[in-house]
Design a binder for this molecule. Structure first.
Ligand code: SF4
Length: 348
């Protein structure tokens, strides 16, 4: 019999959530019952989460509340105990400070950080306290820290040069190891997938050198891009509004940073899997990488020579190469036609 559990979710709910999460994690659907049981067990304890905001535009919270598998409502109300989240909790002012102090004293929570940390005194204050001091206390007492979005990972847009507030990512500002989930904003399914992984496996997922879970940042966008055949074939958009753009050609020459950006955007997609940047015609801006606003600017500037897997050839050279091959083919065809014509003339 399907019954509602104490936390408000039924067995069927957990199976549905597990199925959606496995798809996000890229794992077989055959594991659904196992994951559902593990998730149900973990949720029975309602693991505590403290979600703190620093220098950001709260875009990652907006992104998170659009998550589907499970929904943000299920995650916040039924699976986790989100004890503190400035944007969605009812408490404010002194009452909110008391809630945070009580949560931190327990030292038994996962800390989610949204936003970069100003390190210049007086440049980032909440309730009269330096953001840096709040971060030291809240992150220092957590069982694990997850930095979500580019701002929390490396300062993001607020840390673009000249960065007068000395804004840094959480790991850098506090000198501690954290799980980094970059992108601007974070993909909600990667955050939910990371949380579910930790809850069900009891450990952190495998991370790359930059602290990013390999399951979400293990491949380059370029390697999974649906426009890749156009790149390999030397077919590029050179102007917005052109017939090449309408044909869906590669956006490399319009500034696409996909060849240097590591993330599963092509697979996970965005807005309930509706679409993603390159699919709607925007070059990838490379927001999964550190210091992306300065490193990859200008946004529509072409990446310097990109080596291709089959040789040290650039996209420009491919275009030229194809032109030469095509020219040679046309010339060859013309010679063949001339020879054939000559033969036919001789026959006549
Ligand atoms: Fe896709 Fe960009 Fe690579 Fe072109 S350069 S194939 S648009 S990721």
């Amino acid at each position: 019999m399907l019954t509602k559990r104490g936390n408000g979710l039924s067995r069927r709910d957990f199976i549905r959530i597990a199925g959606g999460t496995l798809a996000t994690l890229g794992l077989s659907g055959a594991l659904t019952p196992k994951l559902a049981r593990a998730l149900e067990k973990a949720a029975a304890g309602r693991p505590k989460v403290v979600w703190i905001h620093f220098a950001s535009d709260t875009g990652c919270t907006e992104s998170f509340i659009k998550s589907d598998h499970p929904s943000a409502g299920e995650l916040v109300l039924d699976i986790l105990s989100v004890d503190y989240h400035e944007s969605i909790m009812a408490a404010a002012g002194k009452q909110a400070d008391e809630v945070l102090a009580k949560a931190v004293a327990g030292k038994d929570y996962i800390c989610v950080v949204e936003g970069g940390i100003p390190t210049v005194p007086g440049h980032g204050m909440i309730g009269g306290r330096e953001m840096l001091d709040i971060a030291k206390e809240v992150c220092g007492n957590a069982k694990a820290v997850v930095a979500i979005g580019s701002c929390a990972v490396d300062g993001g847009v607020p840390a673009a040069k000249p960065n007068p507030s000395g804004i840094k990512g959480v790991g850098d500002a506090l000198g501690m190891t954290v799980v980094n989930l970059p992108c601007c904003p974070v993909n909600p399914e990667w955050l939910v997938g990371t949380v579910v992984y930790v809850l069900t496996m009891g450990k952190l997922p495998e991370l790359d050198k930059k602290g990013r879970p390999l399951m979400f940042y293990g491949r380059k966008i370029h390697d999974n891009c649906p426009r890749r055949t156009h790149y390999d074939g030397g077919r590029f958009v050179e102007q917005f509004g052109s017939k090449e753009e309408a044909a869906g050609y590669c956006l490399y020459k319009m500034g696409c940073k996909g060849p240097e950006a590591w993330s599963e955007c092509p697979k996970t997609r965005w807005n309930s899997k509706e679409s993603w940047c390159i699919e709607i015609g925007s070059p990838c801006l490379g927001c999964s990488e550190n210091n992306w606003t300065d490193h990859f600017g200008p946004f529509y500037g072409k990446l310097a020579d990109i080596a291709l897997p089959y040789g040290d050839v650039t996209a420009d050279k491919i275009g030229i190469g194809l032109a030469v091959v095509t020219g040679a083919a046309i010339a060859g065809h013309a010679v063949l036609k001339a020879v054939k014509g000559k033969g036919e003339d001789e026959k006549k």
